[in-house]
Design a binder for this molecule. Sequence first.
Ligand code: PGA
Length: 242
Amino acid sequence: MFIANWKMNGSQSMLSDWLEGVGKTLDKSLQKRCLLCPPVCFLSEASNIISKTNLNISLGAQNIDPNSFSSLTGGIDGAMLKSVGSEFVIIGHSERREVFKERDSLLSKKLISASENGLKVIFCIGESLRDKEENRTVKVLKQQLQTVKKVELNDFMIAYEPVWAIGSGTAATIDYIDKVHSEINDEVISYQKGGFLGVSYGGSVDSSSSKDILSIKGVQGLLIGGASLQYQEFCNIVLSNN
Ligand code: PGA
């Protein structure tokens, strides 16, 4: 799966250009492997364009608020996300963990909410540079995975994103990704949960690194931030695996 995480970027015109470009560049079977996660205000329009122009691209949201907070000003819950065409939701991205101090207890509520509303989950985990330097990577990742272990989920994918690689311009090395993905896969498989879609890698992926990363056995997809904003570069990444 190729996940375009636009973060807080985009506009109406960028959305229509992007979808048109992806539709012209990728055939239907490749489109089927693409998931666009734009800011939530563009989901409805994205869903309209996708159905009007008969594209085969899925949509996801970048965040969800738990149902339990119904008097939360600015909140958007799972039913709302579904109603505007979202099939997936990203939960636990390191930017939200860091900036909004999202902790396991809140992430757990978000997972429950996604599950109750029939949304599939992209659950992000990743170690900081300090964790890496102090050889705590696997320990930290296993701790972050405990949230997933405890909640009943629909289909879910783990996105491994080393925090130090995100937005840095340099992805983790192939050896490093290989080793860490195999640890994550073994850990999640040991939970014996249905619906596990595998582990995606994210962190400065572009079309020059995507082919080698995707050739690693334990990598089932890519979570792409900056390089997903231009449809040409996003399509080059998808085509690099063809
Ligand atoms: P990046 O972001 O590709 O710009 O490093 C990835 C992400 O944070 O999802």
